[in-house]
Design a protein around this ligand. Structure first.
Ligand code: SAM
Ligand code: SF4
Length: 379
């Protein structure tokens, strides 16, 4: 039986943050109930579509703000997954939660339905910066959320933080991280701000109204952050992800190692049986397809062996353990050194990658140029 990941997108937020282009909307109870109803139907359609036997060993409820909605909806979804699929009793089940949206009742239901990992979006612990980001919470709400999670006996929780933010200094990043470390999360994600088209930040940046750290400052933030996190037992295992030993996010690792997963809900993506599927990102089209008893898929692409090899490298090189040459040969029947000879020689010479008998991985310098390194492996 093959292992399967399940992602569920909950596209609702109280308010749009100024930098975020994820698919999310403000909503009311009626619309949320309707959406959940369609998600359960989508699960049933998947159950009838998949050709192989799978066991679900990771579930990720992401958003948007899944912690915003009534927990009875989450129960409905998890119940439907349990009825439709075989779910490993040790499955990692994560929910994304915004500070200020959790309470004891919600957390008790999360326990009851098997949620065992909580990912808190803090982004910063500086109240001026949080205001600029357009967040709905302040730094005290982050501390309260962690306290609540801990008193409700959740042992496995992540905190999302961001660097490269407007008016953020290296000092801000390091003091924030020192305070985050005191909260004892098992996992910390550290994202560099990306200015996305269609966001308020994009407009402000265009008009020179966003005081962003320059590229060099941002890279210093990143490398100093890595040093601090590693010193405190948070091992970097991917470009933006750090974990205490044994607490790497199982679900996200599936994305980076080309393991099968299905994505349910608006704008979700699936990778299954060598095909990548993208769901519709507007409610009407998504609902229409499901009413026709079809997967709500707007596009699909068969990933042939050559593309799979390229993806394996581009995603794998982001992992700190890098690409294992033996695994590559087992998977694709060819030697990575032969097939990607030019890309490997070039990036070794310019100090972006390191190669030994067993692996190929990014160097410290390569971490800053991963996008450029990846391009060299496109064939
Ligand atoms: C889609 S959000 C969902 C989590 C939750 N709604 C929240 O905001 O706390 C997941 C994470 O993506 C990161 N993120 C969102 N937009 C980003 C951007 N433009 N650049 C970098 N990271 C971003 C944030 O750290 C956020 O916590
Ligand atoms: S960052 Fe999170 S809370 Fe803010 S709009 Fe995006 S999904 Fe919603």
């Amino acid at each position: 039986m093959k292992e399967l990941g399940v992602y569920i997108h909950i596209p609702f937020c109280l308010k749009k943050c100024n930098y975020c282009d994820f698919v999310s909307f403000s909503s009311n109870d009626k619309k949320i109930s309707e959406y959940i109803n369609y998600i359960t139907k989508e699960i049933q359609i998947y159950r009838n579509t998949l050709n192989e036997d799978y066991i679900v060993n990771s579930i990720f409820i992401g958003g948007g703000t899944p912690s915003l909605i009534d927990s009875k909806h989450l129960k409905t979804i998890i119940d439907e997954i349990n009825q439709s699929f075989k779910v490993d009793s040790e499955a990692e089940i994560t929910i994304e939660a915004n500070p200020g949206t959790l309470d004891n009742t919600k957390l008790a239901i999360y326990h009851e339905i098997g949620i065992n990992r909580i990912s808190i979006g803090a982004q910063s612990l500086n109240d001026d910066i949080l205001k600029k980001l357009g967040r709905i919470h302040n730094s005290y709400d982050v501390l309260d959320a962690v306290e609540l999670i801990r008193t409700n006996q959740f042992k496995n929780y992540n905190i999302d933080m961001m660097i490269g933010l407007p008016d953020q200094t290296i000092y801000n990043v390091l003091t924030d991280l020192e305070n985050v470390i005191k909260l004892k999360p098992t996992h910390i994600s550290l994202y560099s701000l990306i200015i996305e088209e269609g966001t308020l930040f994009f407009e402000l940046e265009k008009h020179g109204q966003l005081n962003l750290p320059n590229e060099d400052e941002e890279r210093i933030m990143y490398h100093k952050a890595i040093e601090l996190l590693e010193k405190n037992g948070y091992k970097q295992y991917e470009i933006s992800n750090f974990a205490k030993e044994g607490f790497e996010c199982r679900h996200n690792l599936k994305y980076w190692t080309l393991m099968p997963y299905i994505g349910l809900g608006l704008n979700s993506h699936s990778y299954i049986e060598n095909t990548r599927y993208s769901n519709y990102s507007n409610f009407d089209e998504y609902y229409k397809k499901i009413k026709e008893n079809k997967l709500p898929v707007s596009s699909e692409e068969y990933i042939d062996d050559i593309s799979r090899m390229t993806e394996y490298i581009i995603l794998g090189i982001r992992l700190n353990k890098g690409i294992n040459k033996k695994h590559f040969k087992e998977n694709f029947g060819i030697d990575i050194e032969d097939y990607y000879k030019d890309a490997i020689i070039k990036n070794k010479q310019n100090g972006n990658i390191y190669e030994d008998e067993e692996t190929i991985k990014l160097t410290k310098k390569g971490l800053d140029f991963s996008n450029i390194v990846e391009l060299d492996f496109y064939i």
